[in-house]
Design a protein around this ligand. Structure first.
Ligand SMILES: *Cc1c(COP(=O)(O)O)cnc(C)c1O
Length: 385
């Protein structure tokens, strides 16, 4: 069968294969290990543990599944609140909502586009006085940029609130000193879906430095079966393990992670060099406390300062065969969450109105990126560009 890809398109963040995936897949198939258990997912977990420094890793069917297992481990129950950044993908909170929790959306801060610790501090104090602390705080590492996790964990520790970091888009990103994104939280979730910095063809991982938490998640991921020959259950679980076939692909990909981070950062650097001086255009800042993987290169467009409208630029790029996408539409602006409690949200809303993610793939050749850059510059007056 032939599943040819469209030619001539520059995509937002397509999979970047290493060439080693086929041999890895064949090896798994030839061994007969194909199920979501056995030595291949175990090897993938070990490799991810080395890549991230997390002591404990569970490979899962998706990043969303990893988050769901994390919420189960943290004991999220109907009526609980779960707090997260307003500027994220819905999967950050969807599992908690499905478990009966109420999400509360906290604004981001403009220097990093990630959860605002000052706002979190005020909200925790308010909720603490009212005796309504959240079951969990779930900050997000946005587009590969680590959130200010040390500050967030320190604040939550004061109130005894656990932190799970949604690091789904931040594999390969680090905090100052080299600690991997997500480390320092009780749990961190990663994703290996097709548009992430490395992919397994789908899949995710839940990571922690607490063996008990990951053991619990592992049991829940496999139908919550108690030890023993017969099927014995004290709770209900899920079928959330990562297939051996995906784990084999993921293993081949993980080896390339440092090169992928370098390539994504180089893509961002080329955008900065070529577009940085355009009136009304700002590139996503890099927070001082970490090193972004630059999973997605994002820019802000301010028409009042001479930039085109975000959507005019997006449509212009699409007509030239170039895919781009608005920054996440904040969750507090989503119809499904119209009644959800929130704290602030104006910063996230403004980033959404002005923000565009540009083609960011690590496999994008410089001439392709030059096409993107030229198409963008064409929308500025010649004097400016
Ligand atoms: C990709 C992503 C997820 C979900 O991961 P899946 O593997 O697609 O389920 C969750 N949160 C964020 C921030 C993501 O970027």
């Amino acid at each position: 069968m032939d599943w040819a890809q469209p030619v001539g398109q520059v995509l937002l963040s397509p999979p970047h294969l290493t060439g080693g995936e086929m041999a890895a897949l064949e090896g798994a198939l030839a061994s007969g290990w194909v199920a979501p258990a056995g030595p291949v997912p175990t090897a993938f977990e070990a490799a991810l543990s080395v890549a991230t420094g997390f002591g404990q890793v569970l490979a899962t069917a998706s990043g969303t599944a990893a988050l769901h297992l994390g919420y189960r481990c943290l004991g999220v129950s109907p009526g609980d609140e779960v707090w997260t950044s307003a500027l994220t993908f819905i999967a950050t909170v969807a599992p908690a909502v499905q478990m009966g929790a109420t999400p509360r959306f906290l604004d981001v801060e403009p220097g990093s586009w990630t959860l605002d610790p000052d706002l979190l501090e005020r909200e925790l104090a308010r909720a603490g006085r009212a005796g309504r602390l959240p079951r969990a705080v779930v900050p997000v590492d946005l587009f590969g940029q680590p959130c200010d996790l040390d500050a967030i964990v320190a604040l939550c520790d004061r109130w005894g609130v656990p932190v799970m970091c949604d690091s789904a888009g931040a594999l390969g990103a680090t905090h100052r000193g080299g600690r991997h994104a997500g480390r320092g939280a009780r749990l961190a979730a990663f994703s290996f879906n097709g548009n992430k910095i490395v992919t397994a063809g789908g899949g995710g991982a839940l990571a922690s430095d607490e063996p008990k938490l990951v053991a619990q998640a592992r049991s829940l991921a496999q139908a919550a079966r108690e030890p023993g020959a017969h099927y014995q259950h004290e709770t209900t679980g899920h079928a959330y393990g990562m297939s051996s076939l995906l784990a084999a692909v993921g293993l081949a990909q993980l080896g390339a992670l440092p090169a992928r981070v370098a390539a994504r950062r180089a893509v961002f650097a080329r955008y900065r060099a070529a577009l940085g001086g355009l009136p009304g255009l700002l590139l996503m800042p890099e927070a001082p406390w970490g090193r972004s993987s630059r999973w997605l290169s994002a820019v802000l467009l301010d028409p009042a300062d001479g930039a085109p409208e975000r959507d005019a630029l997006r449509r212009h790029l699409a007509a030239a065969g170039i895919e781009s996408r608005p920054v996440w539409k904040p969750l507090h602006l989503q119809p499904v969450f119209r009644d959800a409690p929130r704290a602030g949200g104006a910063v996230a809303a403004s980033l959404f109105e002005r923000g565009l993610c540009l083609p960011s793939g690590s496999g994008m050749a410089p001439p392709e990126q030059d096409r993107v850059i030229a198409a963008m510059r064409a929308l500025w007056p010649p004097a400016a560009a």
